[in-house]
Design a protein around this ligand. Structure first.
Ligand SMILES: Nc1ncnc2c1ncn2[C@@H]1O[C@H](COP(=O)(O)OP(=O)(O)OP(=O)(O)O)[C@@H](O)[C@H]1O
Length: 339
C-alpha cells in the first residue's frame, strides 16, 4: 500500500510484572497512512493509552515490531524519533510561569538540544503554529491560566511546531464542550489534510465517527480496523457495548438503551425532519419505529402539518388525542401506560 508511515506488525503492548505480564493486549497489526486521521476507540482500561505510549516509544513493547517510514522504530535515535513523532499526553500540561509562546517554543528543542538558541526559522514555526490554532492573542498568557479548551489548542500548536509527520494525542477532546470538540477535531483534520498522520484516542464516538478517516476499535480480543462506516456495518461497534444496557441502532445511527420488550410504533406522514425527531422520541421511550402501517403495532402516530403548525395524532383516525408538541405526545403515552 502506498503512503505507509507506520507499519505495526504483531505489536503487543502492556506491562510486565517481573517475568509475567501484569496486563497484555493481543497482538496488533495495522498500517497508518500519510494524511490519515485515526481514532483509537475502546472501553475504559482496554489499553488505548498503553498502545499510544508504546507507539510513541514512551514504554517498551512486550512483543512485535513497529516500522516508522520503513525503519524499525527501536533503531531510530531519540532525537530523530522526536523529529518524527510528537506525542501529546492526556494530562494537561502544567508548566508554571510559562507563557503560551515559551511553551510552544519548547517543541523546537528536538532540532537543537536544550542549550542551543532557537533561530529565526524556529520562531517563525512557533508563531505560525500559535496562529494556526487561533491563539495569537494568548501568546503572552501563562498556560496555567488557560481554560481546558484553550490549553488543548496550545497542545495542538505544540505538535504543529514540533513539525513531525506523525502526531499522537491521548484524548484530545476530553473535558471540552461540543463546539470545542469539533474545533479540536477540525484542527487535527486540517493537519491530516496537510499530509500528517494523526492517531488520537477518544471516548467521543460522535465526533470520531463524524470526522475521522479510520477507526482502530480496541475490543477485548483484539483491534478491528476500518472506516467508521465499516465498523458500524460489521456490527463490531456493538461489541463495545457488550454487557451494557446500551446498543448502537444501525437504522437510526444512534446509541439507544436496550429495552426489554419489543414494541412497535408506526410514524405516518410528516416532513423528514419532523418524522425523524418524532421517531427519536419514540425510540427513547422504548419503541421500534416503522414508517408504514403494521398490523400489530402498539402505537400509531400520524403527523399533520398545516400552515407551519404541526400536530401529532395518536391512533389511526383523527378522533384520537391530538398534541401540539412531542413533549405532550410523550407525556400522554407515558400516562396511558402504553409502554
Ligand atoms: N503502570 C502500570 N502497570 C500495570 N498495569 C497498568 C499500568 N498502567 C495501566 N495499567 C493497566 O493497563 C490497562 C490499560 O490501561 P490504559 O490506561 O492503557 O487503558 P485506557 O484504554 O487508556 O483506559 P481509559 O479509557 O480509562 O483511559 C488497565 O487495565 C490498567 O489498569
Amino acid at each position: 500500500m502506498n503512503g505507509i508511515v507506520i507499519d505495526i506488525k504483531g505489536l503487543v503492548s502492556g506491562y510486565r510484572n517481573g517475568v509475567s505480564s501484569a496486563y497484555r493486549y493481543p497482538a496488533f497489526n495495522a498500517v497508518a497512512l500519510r494524511g490519515e486521521l485515526i481514532a483509537l476507540i475502546g472501553r475504559n482500561g482496554v489499553g488505548k493509552s498503553t498502545l499510544l505510549r508504546t507507539l510513541a516509544r514512551l514504554q517498551p513493547s512486550l512483543d512485535g515490531n513497529v516500522f516508522v517510514k520503513g525503519v524499525n522504530f527501536q533503531q531510530i535515535s531519540g532525537s530523530e524519533f522526536a523529529q518524527l513523532v510528537s506525542f501529546i499526553p492526556s494530562e494537561p500540561a502544567h508548566a508554571s510561569h510559562t507563557t503560551v509562546y515559551e511553551f510552544v517554543s519548547m517543541a523546537r528543542y528536538p532540532y537543537h538540544g536544550w542549550f542551543e538558541a532557537l533561530n529565526d526559522n524556529d520562531y517563525k514555526l512557533v508563531d505560525d503554529a500559535i496562529s494556526a490554532v487561533g491563539m495569537q492573542n494568548f501568546r503572552d498568557r501563562f498556560i496555567d491560566n488557560l481554560s481546558d479548551g484553550e490549553r488543548q489548542r496550545v497542545m495542538i500548536a505544540f505538535a504543529i511546531a514540533q513539525d513531525t509527520p506523525i502526531i499522537m494525542m491521548d484524548e484530545p477532546t476530553a473535558f471540552l464542550d461540543l463546539p470545542n470538540k469539533f474545533e479540536v477535531m477540525r484542527l487535527l483534520r486540517e493537519q491530516a489534510q496537510k499530509g500528517k498522520t494523526i492517531i488520537i484516542s477518544t471516548h467521543d464516538l460522535q465526533t470520531a465517527f463524524g470526522l475521522v478517516d479510520t477507526i482502530w476499535l480496541m475490543l477485548s480480543d483484539g483491534v478491528r480496523v476500518g472506516a467508521p462506516e465499516d465498523i458500524v456495518l460489521s456490527g463490531n461497534l456493538n461489541r463495545l457495548m457488550d454487557d451494557t444496557p446500551v446498543l448502537f441502532d444501525l437504522k437510526s445511527g444512534q446509541f439507544v438503551y436496550k429495552h426489554q420488550t419489543r414494541l412497535v410504533a408506526c410514524v405516518l406522514g410528516g416532513s423528514p425532519n419532523i418524522k425523524k425527531w418524532t421517531s427519536h422520541a419514540l425510540r427513547r421511550m422504548g419503541y421500534e419505529v416503522e414508517f408504514s402501517p403494521i398490523a400489530d403495532a402498539s402505537a400509531y402516530v400520524q403527523i399533520q402539518e398545516h400552515e407551519g403548525k404541526v400536530q401529532w395524532i395518536l391512533g389511526r383516525d383523527d378522533r384520537n388525542p391530538t398534541f401540539d408538541s412531542i413533549r405532550n405526545l410523550c407525556i400522554y403515552i407515558k400516562g396511558t401506560a402504553l409502554l
